[in-house]
Design a binder for this molecule. Structure first.
Ligand code: XMP
Length: 326
């Protein structure tokens, strides 16, 4: 609309003034904030922007290809895709503790990003999708020195030794404004209105040690869950169950249980489904999903994902449970 058009024109003008003819790099994660920042900066300075997309192998199913499709192909943004799956998997081998996993993923991510962006010789700016709530949150942390319940690696930025100036065009925006801006810039609505996804990705949704095999099982189970949530419409509200929930995902449990398949006995892994409704993610209720929907998801996962023979539904609120299992 008119107001958003105006906003974009002004933001574009500001970015051009700030950056001049210098080069900018941006770490694309596939998340809403970095995506909208990339689209906006690309609108302003085109090929002076290079995005680095570090694929840690712990993203949703086909996410890496989707990011490339959306940015490189559709929007014509320069994106360097770094396939770092093997590196992350080997760094995570043998590590079961959730915070240790977060630290490894965060550290590795920054290192790879620095190495790759260091190859872009003339870069003077580092762009980030920092939004207003991030600014508030990190200010609070600095003051109180608050203890972290979970370390969020994508909040707080990259180390200062990159010697780059920071470009943060979304710093004054709230999440809903960022989403509207994304749509106005031509990003697909489903992408912009997606549920949040944690920086460490499936690394904290595979309980205990992360293995490539587990990630593959989980990605497929999760994709089935999300697909069914998107396609099941609640009759009362005419909304999909995806839109009626704030966050929904599958969790891989590295325990085996017995099942039957045909004449045979199976002994395979368990997947838990988690779906919550919340305003602020500080407290959350488990979503009362229709039993038919849950039944269909369970059948599909067990039939389509060989290696999973049992599906359970998480009915814990936050608090005392957290939204993620790790
Ligand atoms: P919890 O599990 O603490 O999650 O109830 C609250 C929200 O934060 C997200 N979350 C993370 N996001 N890095 C992130 O970027 C993390 O390490 C992380 N841990 C949790 C979670 O997905 C939920 O939206």
């Amino acid at each position: 609309d008119w107001v958003m058009g105006d906003y974009i024109a002004e933001a574009v003008e500001n970015i051009r003034k700030q950056v001049g003819d210098e080069e900018v790099i941006l770490g694309l994660s596939g998340g809403v904030d970095s995506s909208v920042a990339a689209a906006l900066i690309h609108r302003a300075i085109g090929d002076q922007l290079t995005c680095v997309f570090v694929d840690h192998g712990l993203l949703r199913l086909n996410e890496g290809d989707m990011v490339m499709e959306m940015f490189a192909r559709n929007l014509g943004v320069k994106v360097i895709r770094v396939d770092a799956k093997d590196t992350f998997m080997s760094k995570l081998a043998g590590v079961a503790d959730p915070e240790a996993k977060r630290k490894i993923i965060g550290k590795e991510f920054v290192e790879i990003f620095q190495t790759e962006s260091g190859k872009i010789k003339n870069a003077k700016w580092l762009a980030q999708g920092t939004i207003y709530p991030d600014v508030i949150e990190s200010a609070g942390k600095g003051k109180k020195g608050a203890h972290t319940i979970k370390s969020h690696h994508n909040v707080g930025g990259l180390p200062e030794d990159m010697h780059l100036k920071l470009l943060e065009p979304l710093r004054e925006l709230f999440k809903d404004e960022v989403r509207e801006l994304g749509v106005a810039l031509g990003l697909p609505r489903e992408m912009v209105y997606r549920h949040p996804f944690p920086g460490p990705g499936l690394g904290v949704r595979i309980l205990g040690e992360v293995k490539a095999e587990f990630a593959s099982l989980l990605q497929r189970a999760d994709a089935i869950f999300i697909e069914e949530l998107r396609s099941t419409i609640d009759e009362a509200s005419h909304k999909s169950w995806y839109d009626l929930t704030s966050q929904a995902f599958a969790v891989f449990l590295p325990v085996k249980s017995v099942g039957v398949m045909g004449d045979g006995r199976t002994y395979e892994y368990v997947v838990a489904l988690r779906a919550v409704q919340t305003q602020d993610f500080m407290t959350a209720h488990w979503a009362h999903l229709p039993h038919d929907l849950l039944g269909k998801v369970s059948n599909r996962i067990i039939n389509e994902v060989r290696g999973i023979n049992r599906v359970v539904y998480d009915i814990s609120g936050k608090p005392p449970a957290t939204i993620e299992w790790e």
